[in-house]
Design a protein around this ligand. Structure first.
Ligand code: ZN
Length: 319
């Protein structure tokens, strides 16, 4: 009996659904403040005290990005098979069945049509809570189909990534998804439709090495880990200390790998404005040029004596 006590849990295990006082509160990873879980959800899963960004469930992410009532789901008809008859601590199909039941979807991705501030888009959102957002055949296929359908329907593509990388239980078939998603994005490029990616914590492995970093504009959430191999693997391989903030969104912004780091609350508006600009539409507050006024091709030579002419004379000169 004494031996058994060694293995007994000293604290009860907590889960998100836990309604006990311990489960209702959370100690912030960023500032150690006690946060009420409901406040966290209402604050887009960011800490009300310090702004620390927590991983966001897919449905809440879609609610945040899509205009109310506009999301129409495309994904969900495909489910993974077990081509390698893979068994680790349990057979792959059993593992999948368990996660599918918990997450309520066949694989780690949701795609669909929506509008963002009125701009028609196709949305691709990865589910990190489904097997670590790993990319197997179904995830790759859903992304490819979403990209091709977006091109057919003249929609911009917006992808929110969160992934531990390729799904090892599908072996080399997972690696083929890198090529498949990359090729499918060509359909958007051919029609000159914008593709914006939002990299969230964590975006790693084969997802980083394919569609996540192929956006026309690549945005990231604050402090998101974005990498191919993780910092621990690199440190153990090269046996050197890594720089402060290595592979975090802000570090990668400085190095030019992401275009901007955008807080979650500002993401929808930022993406919608980018899409308008990339589609050649005017932003709502842009000043329209006046009728009958032409922009001069090369005003530089006249700029030497700017006081001698009023701008109106410059324009009428060539008429
Ligand atoms: Zn905090």
């Amino acid at each position: 009996m004494a031996l058994e006590r060694w293995f007994r849990r000293s604290k009860p295990t907590r889960s998100d659904e836990d309604a006990t006082p311990a489960g209702l509160w959370l100690k912030c990873d960023g500032c150690a403040a006690q946060i009420y879980r409901k406040d966290l959800a209402q604050n887009l899963f960011t800490c009300p005290e310090c702004g620390h960004h927590y991983r966001m469930p897919v449905d809440e992410r879609i609610d945040m990005l899509a205009d109310e009532g506009t999301f129409e789901r495309w994904s969900g008809a495909l489910a993974p098979t077990d081509p390698l008859a893979f068994v680790d601590t349990e057979p792959y199909p059993e593992r999948m069945e368990r996660v599918q039941e918990k997450q309520g979807r066949p694989d780690a991705i949701v795609t669909g049509a929506a509008s963002m501030e009125g701009v028609p888009v196709a949305l691709v959102v990865m589910d990190f809570f489904f097997a670590g957002g790993s990319m197997g055949s179904v995830v790759g296929e859903e992304i490819a189909r979403a990209a091709e359908r977006a091109a057919r329907e003249n929609r911009a593509l917006v992808a929110v990534t969160a992934s531990g990388g390729a799904r090892m239980q599908e072996g080399a078939l997972s690696l083929m998804q890198l090529a498949k998603t990359t090729v499918a994005l060509e359909a958007l490029a051919e029609k000159r439709l914008p593709y914006v990616t939002i990299l969230t914590d964590p975006t790693t492995g084969g997802v980083t090495a394919s569609f996540a970093t192929l956006g026309d504009v690549i945005l990231a959430e604050p402090d998101a880990l974005i990498c191919f191999a993780g910092p621990r693997v690199i440190q153990q391989t090269i046996k050197q200390d890594l720089p402060e903030g290595f592979q975090r969104a802000e570090f990668l912004l400085k190095k030019g790998m992401v275009d901007d780091v955008v807080p979650r609350a500002a993401l929808k508006n930022r993406v919608a404005n980018l899409l308008r600009l990339l589609r050649g539409e005017r932003l709502p507050d842009r000043v329209e040029p006046q009728d009958g006024v032409e922009e001069l091709e090369a005003p530089l030579e006249d700029a030497a004596t700017p006081e001698s002419k009023a701008p109106g004379e410059e324009v009428s000169r060539g008429a």
